[in-house]
Design a protein around this ligand. Structure first.
Ligand code: PDD
Length: 296
Protein backbone atom coordinates (compact mmCIF):
# COMPACT_ATOMS: atom_id res chain seq x y z
CA UNK A 1 0.00 0.00 0.00
CA UNK A 2 1.62 3.34 -1.01
CA UNK A 3 1.88 6.18 1.47
CA UNK A 4 -0.70 8.85 0.87
CA UNK A 5 0.06 12.55 1.15
CA UNK A 6 -2.30 15.52 1.05
CA UNK A 7 -1.22 18.19 -1.45
CA UNK A 8 -3.36 21.19 -2.37
CA UNK A 9 -6.75 19.53 -2.34
CA UNK A 10 -5.72 16.01 -3.36
CA UNK A 11 -4.65 12.83 -1.60
CA UNK A 12 -1.81 11.48 -3.71
CA UNK A 13 0.56 8.51 -3.57
CA UNK A 14 3.84 9.66 -2.02
CA UNK A 15 5.83 9.25 -5.26
CA UNK A 16 3.46 11.53 -7.16
CA UNK A 17 3.01 14.18 -4.48
CA UNK A 18 4.77 17.41 -5.46
CA UNK A 19 4.52 21.19 -5.47
CA UNK A 20 5.38 23.66 -8.22
CA UNK A 21 9.02 24.56 -9.04
CA UNK A 22 8.26 28.20 -8.25
CA UNK A 23 6.59 27.54 -4.94
CA UNK A 24 7.72 30.34 -2.64
CA UNK A 25 8.49 27.82 0.05
CA UNK A 26 11.08 26.32 -2.29
CA UNK A 27 12.57 29.64 -3.50
CA UNK A 28 12.25 31.92 -0.46
CA UNK A 29 11.44 29.63 2.51
CA UNK A 30 8.26 31.74 2.47
CA UNK A 31 6.19 29.33 4.49
CA UNK A 32 5.48 27.92 7.91
CA UNK A 33 5.01 24.46 9.31
CA UNK A 34 3.90 22.48 12.31
CA UNK A 35 4.68 19.01 13.57
CA UNK A 36 2.08 17.30 15.70
CA UNK A 37 2.61 13.90 17.29
CA UNK A 38 -0.16 11.36 17.02
CA UNK A 39 0.54 9.03 19.93
CA UNK A 40 -1.61 5.92 20.35
CA UNK A 41 -4.23 7.67 18.21
CA UNK A 42 -4.23 10.90 20.24
CA UNK A 43 -3.11 14.11 18.58
CA UNK A 44 -0.86 15.56 21.26
CA UNK A 45 -1.64 19.20 22.05
CA UNK A 46 -3.39 19.64 18.71
CA UNK A 47 -5.04 22.89 19.79
CA UNK A 48 -1.74 24.33 20.97
CA UNK A 49 -0.07 23.48 17.67
CA UNK A 50 -2.89 24.98 15.63
CA UNK A 51 -2.81 28.11 17.80
CA UNK A 52 0.89 28.45 17.04
CA UNK A 53 0.37 27.74 13.33
CA UNK A 54 -2.13 30.60 13.13
CA UNK A 55 0.29 32.89 14.90
CA UNK A 56 3.21 31.95 12.61
CA UNK A 57 1.02 32.64 9.58
CA UNK A 58 -0.16 35.97 10.98
CA UNK A 59 3.44 37.05 11.64
CA UNK A 60 4.19 36.47 7.95
CA UNK A 61 0.93 38.15 6.86
CA UNK A 62 -0.52 34.93 5.49
CA UNK A 63 -4.06 33.68 6.08
CA UNK A 64 -5.00 30.12 6.99
CA UNK A 65 -5.61 28.44 3.63
CA UNK A 66 -8.46 26.36 5.08
CA UNK A 67 -10.45 26.57 8.28
CA UNK A 68 -9.14 25.05 11.46
CA UNK A 69 -11.92 22.48 11.34
CA UNK A 70 -10.93 21.49 7.80
CA UNK A 71 -7.30 21.18 8.84
CA UNK A 72 -8.29 18.96 11.75
CA UNK A 73 -10.26 16.78 9.34
CA UNK A 74 -7.43 16.62 6.76
CA UNK A 75 -4.91 15.51 9.40
CA UNK A 76 -7.20 12.73 10.57
CA UNK A 77 -7.87 11.69 6.99
CA UNK A 78 -4.11 11.44 6.34
CA UNK A 79 -3.76 9.24 9.41
CA UNK A 80 -6.73 7.11 8.38
CA UNK A 81 -5.63 6.66 4.78
CA UNK A 82 -2.17 5.58 5.97
CA UNK A 83 -3.53 3.36 8.76
CA UNK A 84 -1.44 5.22 11.32
CA UNK A 85 -1.97 5.53 15.05
CA UNK A 86 1.58 6.58 15.89
CA UNK A 87 2.86 9.29 13.60
CA UNK A 88 4.42 12.67 13.18
CA UNK A 89 2.03 14.87 11.23
CA UNK A 90 3.81 17.52 9.20
CA UNK A 91 1.75 20.49 7.98
CA UNK A 92 3.36 22.96 5.62
CA UNK A 93 1.75 26.14 4.34
CA UNK A 94 3.50 28.46 1.89
CA UNK A 95 2.50 31.62 0.08
CA UNK A 96 2.11 29.49 -3.04
CA UNK A 97 3.60 29.35 -6.53
CA UNK A 98 4.29 32.56 -8.43
CA UNK A 99 6.89 33.91 -10.87
CA UNK A 100 10.01 34.60 -8.81
CA UNK A 101 9.82 38.05 -7.23
CA UNK A 102 10.80 39.11 -3.71
CA UNK A 103 7.60 41.04 -3.08
CA UNK A 104 4.53 39.01 -2.20
CA UNK A 105 2.38 37.79 -5.09
CA UNK A 106 -1.22 38.97 -5.43
CA UNK A 107 -3.22 36.68 -3.12
CA UNK A 108 -6.21 36.98 -5.47
CA UNK A 109 -4.35 35.18 -8.24
CA UNK A 110 -1.91 33.02 -6.25
CA UNK A 111 -3.27 30.29 -4.02
CA UNK A 112 -1.31 29.12 -1.01
CA UNK A 113 0.19 25.64 -0.87
CA UNK A 114 -0.94 23.25 1.82
CA UNK A 115 0.83 19.95 2.32
CA UNK A 116 0.13 17.38 5.03
CA UNK A 117 2.38 14.36 5.48
CA UNK A 118 1.80 11.72 8.14
CA UNK A 119 4.89 9.60 8.83
CA UNK A 120 4.95 6.57 11.09
CA UNK A 121 6.78 7.14 14.36
CA UNK A 122 7.63 4.70 17.11
CA UNK A 123 7.09 6.74 20.27
CA UNK A 124 7.35 3.72 22.56
CA UNK A 125 10.60 2.30 21.22
CA UNK A 126 12.46 5.55 20.63
CA UNK A 127 16.07 4.73 21.58
CA UNK A 128 16.90 8.41 22.20
CA UNK A 129 14.10 8.70 24.74
CA UNK A 130 14.97 5.39 26.37
CA UNK A 131 18.70 6.00 26.72
CA UNK A 132 19.16 9.74 26.35
CA UNK A 133 21.28 11.62 23.82
CA UNK A 134 24.68 13.27 23.78
CA UNK A 135 24.78 16.82 22.47
CA UNK A 136 27.36 19.40 21.48
CA UNK A 137 27.02 23.15 21.71
CA UNK A 138 27.64 25.37 18.73
CA UNK A 139 27.00 28.94 17.63
CA UNK A 140 23.37 29.83 16.89
CA UNK A 141 23.62 31.34 13.41
CA UNK A 142 19.88 31.71 12.75
CA UNK A 143 17.88 34.84 11.88
CA UNK A 144 16.27 37.01 14.57
CA UNK A 145 12.66 35.72 14.40
CA UNK A 146 13.03 32.19 15.71
CA UNK A 147 9.62 32.50 17.36
CA UNK A 148 8.03 31.96 13.93
CA UNK A 149 8.00 28.32 12.84
CA UNK A 150 9.18 28.95 9.29
CA UNK A 151 10.51 26.36 6.89
CA UNK A 152 13.84 28.25 6.82
CA UNK A 153 15.68 25.49 8.67
CA UNK A 154 19.11 25.48 7.08
CA UNK A 155 20.96 26.59 10.22
CA UNK A 156 19.23 23.86 12.21
CA UNK A 157 20.03 21.25 9.55
CA UNK A 158 23.71 22.29 9.59
CA UNK A 159 23.77 22.13 13.39
CA UNK A 160 22.19 18.69 13.49
CA UNK A 161 24.50 17.39 10.75
CA UNK A 162 27.60 18.62 12.60
CA UNK A 163 26.44 16.80 15.73
CA UNK A 164 25.62 13.61 13.86
CA UNK A 165 28.99 13.61 12.07
CA UNK A 166 30.61 13.62 15.52
CA UNK A 167 28.53 10.63 16.58
CA UNK A 168 26.21 12.76 18.76
CA UNK A 169 22.43 12.95 18.93
CA UNK A 170 21.86 16.67 18.69
CA UNK A 171 23.23 20.20 18.90
CA UNK A 172 22.35 22.91 21.41
CA UNK A 173 22.76 26.35 19.94
CA UNK A 174 24.43 29.20 21.81
CA UNK A 175 23.87 32.97 21.56
CA UNK A 176 26.74 35.51 21.36
CA UNK A 177 26.64 36.00 25.16
CA UNK A 178 27.25 32.29 25.79
CA UNK A 179 23.69 31.35 26.74
CA UNK A 180 21.97 28.30 25.26
CA UNK A 181 19.07 29.22 22.99
CA UNK A 182 17.59 25.81 22.14
CA UNK A 183 18.19 22.48 20.41
CA UNK A 184 18.25 22.14 16.62
CA UNK A 185 14.55 21.18 16.68
CA UNK A 186 13.64 21.25 20.36
CA UNK A 187 13.64 23.40 23.49
CA UNK A 188 16.51 22.97 25.94
CA UNK A 189 16.14 22.41 29.68
CA UNK A 190 18.50 21.78 32.57
CA UNK A 191 17.89 20.81 36.18
CA UNK A 192 20.13 22.43 38.77
CA UNK A 193 21.52 20.89 41.97
CA UNK A 194 18.60 22.37 43.94
CA UNK A 195 16.13 20.45 41.71
CA UNK A 196 14.99 23.53 39.77
CA UNK A 197 14.22 23.38 36.05
CA UNK A 198 15.71 26.14 33.95
CA UNK A 199 14.58 26.98 30.45
CA UNK A 200 15.01 30.09 28.37
CA UNK A 201 12.15 32.62 28.57
CA UNK A 202 10.05 33.09 25.45
CA UNK A 203 11.24 35.84 23.14
CA UNK A 204 12.14 36.15 19.48
CA UNK A 205 15.28 34.11 20.29
CA UNK A 206 13.55 30.72 20.49
CA UNK A 207 10.53 28.86 19.25
CA UNK A 208 8.02 28.65 22.04
CA UNK A 209 7.42 24.91 22.12
CA UNK A 210 3.98 23.51 22.61
CA UNK A 211 5.56 20.61 24.50
CA UNK A 212 7.35 23.23 26.61
CA UNK A 213 3.96 24.71 27.53
CA UNK A 214 2.69 21.25 28.47
CA UNK A 215 5.75 20.67 30.66
CA UNK A 216 5.13 23.96 32.45
CA UNK A 217 1.60 22.83 33.20
CA UNK A 218 2.74 19.39 34.42
CA UNK A 219 5.40 20.93 36.65
CA UNK A 220 2.90 23.35 38.16
CA UNK A 221 0.66 20.39 38.99
CA UNK A 222 3.53 18.30 40.35
CA UNK A 223 5.05 21.24 42.25
CA UNK A 224 8.30 20.96 40.35
CA UNK A 225 9.99 24.35 40.35
CA UNK A 226 10.68 26.03 37.01
CA UNK A 227 12.57 29.25 36.51
CA UNK A 228 12.44 30.79 33.07
CA UNK A 229 15.87 32.26 32.56
CA UNK A 230 18.65 31.82 30.07
CA UNK A 231 21.45 29.51 31.24
CA UNK A 232 25.06 29.39 30.13
CA UNK A 233 26.91 26.51 28.56
CA UNK A 234 28.91 26.20 31.78
CA UNK A 235 25.70 25.95 33.85
CA UNK A 236 24.57 23.20 31.50
CA UNK A 237 27.79 21.25 32.17
CA UNK A 238 27.09 21.49 35.91
CA UNK A 239 23.44 20.38 35.65
CA UNK A 240 22.27 17.25 37.45
CA UNK A 241 19.86 16.47 34.61
CA UNK A 242 19.12 17.96 31.20
CA UNK A 243 16.57 17.28 28.51
CA UNK A 244 15.04 18.51 25.28
CA UNK A 245 11.36 18.80 24.45
CA UNK A 246 9.53 18.64 21.15
CA UNK A 247 6.49 17.14 19.48
CA UNK A 248 8.44 14.12 18.26
CA UNK A 249 11.33 13.84 20.76
CA UNK A 250 8.74 14.41 23.54
CA UNK A 251 10.99 14.66 26.58
CA UNK A 252 14.42 13.30 25.70
CA UNK A 253 17.11 13.14 28.31
CA UNK A 254 20.48 14.75 27.52
CA UNK A 255 23.21 12.67 29.13
CA UNK A 256 26.33 14.43 27.90
CA UNK A 257 27.10 17.98 26.75
CA UNK A 258 30.41 18.66 24.95
CA UNK A 259 31.84 15.54 26.57
CA UNK A 260 30.72 16.53 30.10
CA UNK A 261 28.66 13.77 31.65
CA UNK A 262 25.36 15.06 33.02
CA UNK A 263 24.37 13.50 36.34
CA UNK A 264 24.89 9.75 36.17
CA UNK A 265 25.09 9.79 32.38
CA UNK A 266 21.65 8.24 32.02
CA UNK A 267 18.06 9.59 32.10
CA UNK A 268 17.52 11.06 35.56
CA UNK A 269 14.50 10.77 37.89
CA UNK A 270 12.93 14.20 37.33
CA UNK A 271 13.21 13.90 33.55
CA UNK A 272 11.64 10.44 33.73
CA UNK A 273 8.83 11.69 35.94
CA UNK A 274 8.02 14.55 33.55
CA UNK A 275 8.18 12.15 30.60
CA UNK A 276 5.79 9.67 32.27
CA UNK A 277 3.39 12.44 33.24
CA UNK A 278 3.49 13.82 29.70
CA UNK A 279 2.73 10.42 28.19
CA UNK A 280 -0.15 9.88 30.62
CA UNK A 281 -1.55 13.28 29.79
CA UNK A 282 -1.33 12.72 26.01
CA UNK A 283 -2.98 9.33 26.43
CA UNK A 284 -5.86 11.18 28.10
CA UNK A 285 -5.24 9.48 31.43
CA UNK A 286 -4.90 12.72 33.36
CA UNK A 287 -5.00 16.44 32.80
CA UNK A 288 -6.23 18.63 29.98
CA UNK A 289 -4.14 19.28 26.90
CA UNK A 290 -2.75 22.77 26.58
CA UNK A 291 -3.64 25.78 24.53
CA UNK A 292 -0.89 28.00 23.33
CA UNK A 293 -1.87 31.58 23.97
CA UNK A 294 -1.23 34.05 21.18
CA UNK A 295 1.60 36.53 21.59
CA UNK A 296 4.86 35.72 23.26
N1 PDD B 1 10.54 21.13 16.01
N2 PDD B 1 12.53 24.75 18.97
C1 PDD B 1 12.72 24.46 17.67
C2 PDD B 1 13.77 25.20 16.92
C3 PDD B 1 11.93 23.47 17.04
O1 PDD B 1 12.11 23.20 15.75
C4 PDD B 1 10.97 22.77 17.80
C5 PDD B 1 10.09 21.71 17.20
C6 PDD B 1 10.81 23.10 19.16
C7 PDD B 1 9.82 22.42 20.05
O2 PDD B 1 8.50 22.78 19.73
P1 PDD B 1 7.29 21.77 20.01
O3 PDD B 1 7.42 21.34 21.42
O4 PDD B 1 6.10 22.59 19.78
O5 PDD B 1 7.42 20.64 19.03
C8 PDD B 1 11.61 24.10 19.71
C9 PDD B 1 9.75 20.14 15.31
C10 PDD B 1 9.44 18.94 16.11
C11 PDD B 1 10.41 19.83 13.98
O6 PDD B 1 10.91 20.76 13.39
O7 PDD B 1 10.38 18.67 13.53
Amino acid sequence: MPRIVYVNGEYLPYAQASVHVEDRGFQFADGVYEVIGCIHGHLADETGHLDRLERSLAELKMPMPVSRETLRFLMRECLRRNHLKNAGIYIQITRGAARRDFKFPDPNTTGQSLVIIASSFNFDGNAAVLHGVKVKTLEDIRWKRRDIKTVALLAQALAKQEAVEEGLGDAWMVDPQGFITEGSASNAWIITKDQTLLTRPVSHDILRGVTRTAIEKICAEKKIKIIERAFTVHEAYEAVEAFTSSATALITSVIEIDGHKIGEGKPGPITKEIYNEYRAYVDGLRGEQVHWEAGL
